[in-house]
Write a protein that binds this ligand. Structure first.
Ligand SMILES: [Zn+2]
Length: 52
């Protein structure tokens, strides 16, 4: 699952990843990671609903 142009740092494309701690967003451009529940609402809660 890739969300385009949603990185909070560089506005790059982010990839939804998951480990034992849960889901997070990983930027393909700059490598920034973002917790899903915390910052995705900047992009739009509807997008998160579609992911989940
Ligand atoms: Zn980035």
């Amino acid at each position: 699952m890739i969300v385009y142009k949603s990185c909070i740092r560089c506005n790059g494309d982010i990839h939804l990843k998951e480990d034992q701690y849960g889901q997070f967003l990983y930027c393909l451009q700059c490598g920034a990671t973002t917790d899903v529940p915390r910052r995705i609402d900047v992009v739009g809660a509807e997008a998160l609903a579609n992911i989940a």
